[in-house]
Design a protein around this ligand. Sequence first.
Ligand SMILES: CC(C)(COP(=O)(O)OP(=O)(O)OC[C@H]1O[C@@H](n2cnc3c(N)ncnc32)[C@H](O)[C@@H]1OP(=O)(O)O)[C@@H](O)C(=O)NCCC(=O)NCCS
Length: 404
Amino acid sequence: MEIRTVTNVEELRDAAGAMVHYFGREKPDEAWAERWLKTFELERMHAALDGATIVGGAGAFTFRMTVPGGAMLPTAGVTVVAVLPTHRRRGILTSMMRAQLDDVHERGEPLAALWASEETIYGRYGYGLASLSLEFEIARIHGAFRPGLEQVGGVRLVDAAEAAKLLPAVYDAVQRATPGMYERAAAWWEQRMLIDLPEFRFGAGPKLNAVLEVDGVAQAYAIYRLNVSFGNLGPETKVQTQEVIGMTSAATASIWRYLLDVDWTQTVAARLLAVDHPLLLLLARLNMSRPTISDGLWVRLVDVGAALSGRSYAGDGSVVLEVRDEFCDWNAGRWCLESGEAVRTDADADLALDAADLGSVYLGGFTFRELSRAGRVEELREGGLARADELFRTDVAPWCPEIF
Ligand SMILES: CC(C)(COP(=O)(O)OP(=O)(O)OC[C@H]1O[C@@H](n2cnc3c(N)ncnc32)[C@H](O)[C@@H]1OP(=O)(O)O)[C@@H](O)C(=O)NCCC(=O)NCCS
């Protein structure tokens, strides 16, 4: 089985076709490839070939992701990973991950991140669960907020062209302050966020873009659809959000108030929210909103030294980590973290853990103590867990609002 990067658009379509197969759709057409290549570089698509036939693919977007402290680090956004069912469980995924992570390392990208279809797949390649996602299914009759909240601004429905001008500034402000969010270029907005292809409506109506403005300045937005239905007793429409973001607490509460008050609707279904989302404390009847938690972003420290040195830390202390990393052995060994820099050391280690578990604490989504309670980190010197948690502490939960 040969693993190599694709050399032309036809091969790209075949390699991505392995993933599209599992969505029960035809091989991606030329129009798809044209759109895809506005946000994706051809040479970042690996393919697995059985003779002349492409039977699997693994791609990566090139972007910069916010890490604690606000720096944006070059990150491989791993995407469209699949192997056709005719060739499963022969080690093809492992070979593609090998080729892809070597490529990411050579490019000097310290991080790789992905959304996993199943949580059992990527730990073996050093990816750790780095953020959680919150989902709500809010019955409109239970959608009241606690009393005393003041609404701000006014909401306008805008078309995609106007949304492309107004929404990015709101997103960028939140992205810069939120670990796990990545920069979006104009093409990303156009080709992924605002495009409204009929085949992705799944029975719902067109994409709607609501912008909340305060004194003429966009401060929050909601991209959503109405999934309209009628029962014997009247309308039973569902509001399905794609992305809802506010720059301030008041703007965030106000755009949610707008969504929760749309007439003819019975529920608001919202996925991929931050696990520390203010709705948890805004809703008067939280239990009636059916909050559910699931996995979010999975993060891999491809270059442990550069990744650890690239984020900021809460305290002045130091900690020595013994990192096990079988898949990317260039990371394995002892790292001393002090004054914001990670350097190799021979000093005694405070903690020992796998690279995947370092991925889980990296953005601040989990603490070392939580890992320890799950048997995933060993404290080798007394106080090591407390010292590490003091350093890695962050004040905002990592969040990735979009599956890429
Ligand atoms: C997941 C998928 C890519 C695996 O490809 P594959 O070529 O069969 O995987 P490999 O043969 O390289 O498996 C490597 C290891 O992972 C394990 N593994 C693979 N898929 C797994 C899964 N879904 N759940 C648990 N373990 C899995 C294998 O058992 C094997 O374990 P081992 O090393 O202990 O023997 C493939 O089944 C697929 O395309 N699934 C549907 C699409 C999908 O989910 N893609 C991932 C999107 S994020």
